[in-house]
Design a binder for this molecule. Structure first.
Ligand code: SF4
Length: 170
């Protein structure tokens, strides 16, 4: 069949994109038969797929970013940043200035990396007060009953009365 004859026999194709495009007749010369558009998928499903893809991309990005952080460099990794932030809140709640809290949290980043077993009173469940501190376990800790010196609260030490106050303490 010539191209002119095929042209004359041509009828309009079904315009519905969701149905398979059929050849105009039972003409086995015809080529493509198939869908020409996406099948109808619920919008919610598309949104869920996009959200899952975004979550996966965010996780991949975080993992990629951590590749350039501790232990591969001195920069804090995601876990360390989370812990640092939580400690800042914890220490300022205990009455430290933001500068002092940052210094103490910085010290603990190094402490954790070096697997140092010393602790701050600021991490301890027995620390009482805010700015003027007292040890609630003074008998076991062997410290003064009435109050703790500010320098003692901010120094890394090994104390027999210490239990961790939160998960942020190592
Ligand atoms: S028990 Fe030890 S670490 Fe805890 S507050 Fe008292 S002196 Fe500090």
């Amino acid at each position: 069949m010539s191209w002119l004859a095929r042209l004359k026999r041509q009828t309009a194709l079904d315009q519905d994109a969701t149905k398979p495009t059929q050849p105009p007749e039972a003409d086995h010369e015809a080529g493509f038969v198939g869908f020409v558009a996406c099948p109808p998928v619920p919008i919610q499903k598309i949104k869920a797929l996009k959200a899952a893809a975004n979550d996966a991309a965010a996780e991949t990005l975080a993992a990629d970013t951590d590749r350039y952080c501790w232990p591969h460099s001195d920069a804090m990794n995601g876990q360390e940043i989370d812990t640092f932030t939580a400690r800042l809140a914890q220490f300022t709640d205990k009455g430290l200035s933001l500068d002092d809290a940052e210094r103490s949290a910085d010290k603990l980043v190094i402490r954790d990396r070096e697997s140092d077993d010393r602790r701050l009173c600021l991490e301890c469940a027995h620390l009482q007060g805010r700015g003027r501190w007292r040890c609630g376990n003074w008998g076991v800790a062997d410290v003064a009953r009435d109050g703790l010196a500010p320098d003692l609260v901010k120094i890394l030490q090994r104390c027999s009365g210490y239990p961790p106050a939160t998960n942020n303490a190592a």
